[in-house]
Unconditional design. Structure first.
Length: 256
């Protein structure tokens, strides 16, 4: 089966700084992976390259066997609509309400306004943000902003999820909710990539675990359970284990 995502000997530099060095890995369709590493390891660079927000100096990146660099500029917006994106910064429209942030990616796909509103309301209920429907992002807590960003990535039923620090600033209850939402999306067939500094996230999601440091892949381990689609019971077990270890996501001040 062809890979959904493939990095082949990718190198990306910013002046003399090497962000990624000869990086090669593939992601199968419907696979969930966690890419972990410290700040400035290259995680966010991977996402920018997948979005074709930037180009590598060497190597190639393909999605569904298509070289990302060969996607015509006119087609690029449609390409990006296949991706549900959650970034650490710039992920929310600051002048749109919570409702507006959720309905926007749906409207881009030509979904009727009534259906957009209904789908956004359902997502706000899942996120516990219904009471903040008319609030702007600046009026939300850091935790609520993270959940809203995750909800916006999920709401348009994308083919691929790219999640940069999806657990930042979350309490244990909110972390449990986020894991549940990501696991449901994965089980429904989404190819999922989570980039985070939280090493426990791979276990919680039952995901393949790639470790990156100084722009190089240093480890690539399959899901602990050996199953690329974790059951709900195994997900709950991993969340409880995380709670016992008192693990939390990095604070907003530690963004890459």
């Amino acid at each position: 089966m062809p890979s959904m995502i493939a990095f082949s000997r990718v190198t990306k530099q910013y002046g003399d700084i090497v962000a990624l060095s000869d990086v090669t890995f593939t992601v199968s369709p419907k696979e969930c992976i966690c890419i972990t590493g410290p700040a400035k390891a290259g995680k966010s660079t991977l996402i920018r390259l997948l979005l074709r927000a930037e180009a590598p100096q060497k190597g190639s990146i393909s999605i569904d066997t298509v070289d990302v660099q060969l996607v015509p500029q006119a087609v690029l917006p449609l390409y990006r609509q296949r991706i549900g994106l959650k970034l650490t910064e710039g992920n929310l429209f600051l002048r749109k309400t919570v409702t507006g942030n959720l309905t926007f990616p749906l409207a881009l796909r030509g979904i009727a306004e009534r259906d957009c509103s209904r789908t956004a309301r359902n997502m706000m209920e899942r996120l516990g943000l219904l009471h903040s429907a008319d609030s702007l992002p600046a009026d939300l807590t850091a935790e609520a902003q993270t959940l809203l960003g995750l909800g916006r990535a999920l709401i348009s039923n994308p083919m691929i999820l790219l999640l940069d620090e999806p657990f930042v600033d979350l309490s244990l209850d909110a972390f449990t909710l986020a894991v549940s939402l990501i696991t449901e999306a994965h089980q429904s067939g989404k190819t999922t990539i989570c980039c985070t500094r939280d090493e426990s996230s791979a276990s919680a999601l039952g995901a393949r675990h790639i470790r990156i440091a100084a722009g190089k892949i240093i480890d690539d381990n399959p899901p602990v359970s050996g199953d690329t689609t974790p059951s709900l019971s195994s997900t709950i077990h991993n969340i409880l284990a995380r709670a016992l270890l008192h693990r939390r996501g990095p604070s907003a001040k530690e963004k890459e």
